[in-house]
Design a protein around this ligand. Structure first.
Ligand code: AFP
Length: 302
């Protein structure tokens, strides 16, 4: 691979020595991103109509879930699938590999109506998905914004790809490291903040951090990955365990930010070290630069 070469995802995976079975799975999942993206156009509603094709409208997150699961059932590239839309872990019959996959088919789906960026989040385990996040062998997300991009780690750095006009993902940034930055993306209502969290947010504000929160975790994290700072959806009054899902949201993005030189925490512990009890576990989350995560962990410890 020469500096300045245009390199697509398939070539990148092969040249970076990725296990061919894992490469095949990543390529297959990235292909589903193409289909999901095309679904946004097909499902456009016009006032007074069902959709432009006159078909029964299906919630896009459910539809994306079906696309991903069906493809995995046909390809048999993994043994276990857990998705945010399914109550139980699906076990594939006669799988070709032992991989376990966790999927949030469309994170931020409530923003589709207003044309903001949403994404598909995926984590890949060697087997059982009810394992700590630090046993993941790959994590990725496909972000559907003005461009469709894919961010990937297989444990050898974090890389960005952009989908071109024929649907091929091309490498745009290699070995991304989270920079120092002054952005904060704070979930939950200020009136419900717990005292230590309130102190954390006040400190960030005093230090001049700019607020950037879209309501799409994957899009907000993409911004933090590239511009630095911290995303948080804390535990708050009435929901002390937070809102975001450990398996489908916190762990895959946590691995990506960690592999990019940042950190992820529930305020006291590295989220990636937590053994899940159930697929619908939730967690408070702080994800971003090492400086910001150390700051909240220190506040929580005092
Ligand atoms: P949806 O996928 O149901 O839209 O949920 C998105 C999400 O889990 C996460 O992406 C956001 O950070 C968070 O919810 C926003 O939640 P609030 O709108 O309740 O703050």
């Amino acid at each position: 691979m020469q500096e300045g070469d245009i390199i697509n995802l398939k070539e990148f995976l092969s040249e970076s020595g990725t296990d061919p079975r894992l490469s095949e799975l990543i390529l297959s999942l990235s292909d589903q991103g193409k289909k999901i993206k095309s679904g946004f156009l097909k499902s456009q509603c016009k006032a007074g109509t069902r959709n432009i094709y006159g078909e029964e409208q299906m919630a896009l997150d459910k539809w994306a879930d079906e696309i991903l699961i069906n493809e995995l059932k046909i390809s048999r590239l993994a043994r276990y699938i857990a998705t945010e839309e399914q109550p139980d872990i699906i076990e594939i019959q006669n799988p070709r590999n032992e991989f376990g996959i966790v999927i949030d088919p469309l994170d931020g789906s409530s923003l589709i109506d207003v044309n903001l960026a949403v994404g598909t989040i995926i984590g890949i385990y060697p087997g059982n998905v009810l394992s700590p996040g630090n046993t993941m062998i790959a994590a990725m997300y496909i972000l559907y914004g003005p461009l469709t991009t894919m961010t990937l780690t297989t444990g050898n750095g974090v890389h960005d790809f952009v989908m071109d006009e024929i649907g091929v993902f091309t490498l745009t940034a290699k070995d991304i490291k989270i920079p120092d930055g002054k952005i904060y993306a704070p979930g939950a209502l200020r009136k419900d903040y717990l005292p230590k969290h309130a102190q954390f947010i006040e400190t960030l504000e005093k230090e001049g951090y700019k607020l950037r929160f879209s309501g799409s975790f994957v899009a907000d994290m993409h911004q933090i990955l590239h511009k630095g700072g911290v995303f948080t959806y804390p535990g708050f009054k009435g929901k002390e365990k937070g809102k975001l899902r450990l398996l489908f949201e916190a762990n895959p993005l946590g691995k990506i930010i960690t592999d990019a030189g940042g950190k992820v925490s529930n305020g006291t512990t590295d989220i990636l070290s937590i053994k899940p009890h159930a697929i619908d576990d939730i967690t408070p989350i702080y994800a971003g630069g090492k400086k910001e995560i150390s700051m909240i962990e220190k506040l929580m410890a005092d």
